[in-house]
Write a protein that binds this ligand. Structure first.
Ligand code: 3PG
Ligand code: MG
Length: 415
């Protein structure tokens, strides 16, 4: 490294090797810095450089990254394979989305996209099931699967929560889901909720003849999560739910290993993703967070509602397409559209995102004027009509629950 300066990390004639991880950034240099200097500092600080010219005795492995493309504010950097510890997502992110995010050489920097090389990809398990859950668990054929999260998101007692789940299941919903901030609070303890919900699930299955399942939120410190994963398996579940951003990717990787032992699928809620991806031109894009989630092995991931719901989202369609695309043989991930959805939005949602999705509604079911059971029926009716290619108003004329939902919310996008 002796005598190496920032400029040595910039080479616009460089062609990345297939084995390298290529990252695309948006870079706004600091006011007193030109783009070439900022780009070389990005490559330097995220691989083996620092602010000073280093004096190192003897030979060391050259793990320098190379900024090889600058196009406007778009900068591409190639990282040598040997910079990374195989299968260690925390270490990878500490390189490509680490110190550079706060470096004074840039005003703003956003990691937009990654091209994952084969060997690094193969060091991760990827999803155990992916979108195959739609068919293998629910036999859903061409239709999106549906989920609901009881509201209010916290405060319902176990009995109340379970009753809401039962009414939703028997109304036609496939999946009951915990909300992101419901785990094991005294008003609704995890173990009681798990056992009583599975009892209600069994009754709902017997009553409807349909498969029903439950996304119970195991999010906690990692050891506790592993105990909860074991508990879900022992009691006969198919899934666990994890708040993947707040608990961190290392924990997700550990949960993924435990789920492999029990044949459980992972539903990934993305609460706090917007802290990374909402500010323009800074942070880590949802596209990259989704890539990381797929590598770490979640089966279902919240990726937004294609601008139809209550939450801001980045390019749901593009992210979903990436989750379905080939990634050196890794399984795909089922996208979950959630946040402010209701029956009237279903046709447009399916038009924008297709049917290989999970449609989830909380308020759009439990806010139905006739209650949860009617709300669940209305959502399922909207899905069935959409998949059959029948106009929603026409279908509603024969289905009073849907008619009431459309009468209340129409096709409006909530805030
Ligand atoms: O966790 C979620 O995705 C939200 O709780 C969905 O709730 P909403 O449908 O009421 O917006
Ligand atoms: Mg929620």
């Amino acid at each position: 490294m002796a005598g190496i300066t920032y400029e040595d990390f910039l080479d616009t004639s460089y062609e990345p090797a297939d084995s390298e991880l290529v990252c695309t950034f948006s870079v706004d240099p600091a006011a007193d810095m030109d783009m070439a200097a900022a780009a070389s500092r990005v490559a330097s600080e995220s691989s083996n450089g620092t602010w000073a010219e280093l004096q190192v005795d003897g030979e060391i492995t050259d793990l320098s990254a190379t900024a090889f493309e600058i196009d406007g504010r778009r900068v591409q950097v190639a990282y040598p394979d040997s910079l990374f510890e195989a299968g260690n997502m925390a270490q990878i992110l500490s390189c490509i989305a680490g110190n550079i995010m706060g470096m004074k050489a840039v005003d703003r920097i956003r990691l937009l996209d990654c091209e994952w090389p084969e060997a690094l990809t193969a060091s991760f398990p990827g999803p155990r099931f992916g979108s195959a859950v739609r068919e293998s668990i629910f036999g859903a054929g061409d239709r999106p699967i549906t989920a609901t999260v009881p509201k209010p998101k916290v405060g319902l007692s176990t009995d109340q929560h379970v009753q809401v789940g039962y009414e939703a299941w028997t109304g036609g919903i496939d999946l009951l889901k915990d909300d992101e901030n419901l785990t094991d609070q005294p008003f609704n303890p995890f173990r009681d909720r798990l056992i009583e919900s599975f009892g209600a699930r069994d009754r709902a299955e017997a009553e409807t003849g349909e498969k029903k399942s439950y996304l119970i939120n195991v999010t906690a410190d990692t050891n506790t999560m592993l105990e909860r994963v074991d508990m879900v398996a022992e009691e006969g579940g198919e899934y666990v739910m994890v708040d993947v951003i707040t608990c961190g990717w290392a924990a997700v990787q550990t949960v993924r290993d435990q789920c492999e032992k029990h044949d459980l699928a992972i539903h990934a809620h993305r609460a706090m993703h917007a802290a990374f991806d909402r500010v323009p031109n800074h942070g880590v894009s949802m596209r990259v967070l989704a890539q990381v989630a797929r590598l770490c092995g979640v089966d279902q991931l919240h990726t937004g509602t294609a601008d139809l719901g209550k939450l801001e989202n980045e390019d749901s369609r593009g992210i979903n397409d990436w989750l379905a695309s080939d990634l050196h043989g890794l399984r795909d991930v089922l996208p979950v559209a959630s946040g402010g959805l209701h029956p009237g939005l279903v046709p447009e949602l399916v038009d924008r995102l297709g049917t290989n999705i999970c449609i989830q509604a909380g308020g759009g079911i439990h806010g139905h004027p006739d209650g949860t059971h009617a709300g669940a029926k209305a959502l399922r009716q909207a899905v069935d009509a959409t998949v059959a290619g029948v106009d929603l108003d026409e279908y509603a004329a024969e289905h009073p629950e849907l008619e009431t939902a459309i009468g209340k919310w129409g096709t409006e996008t909530p805030r």
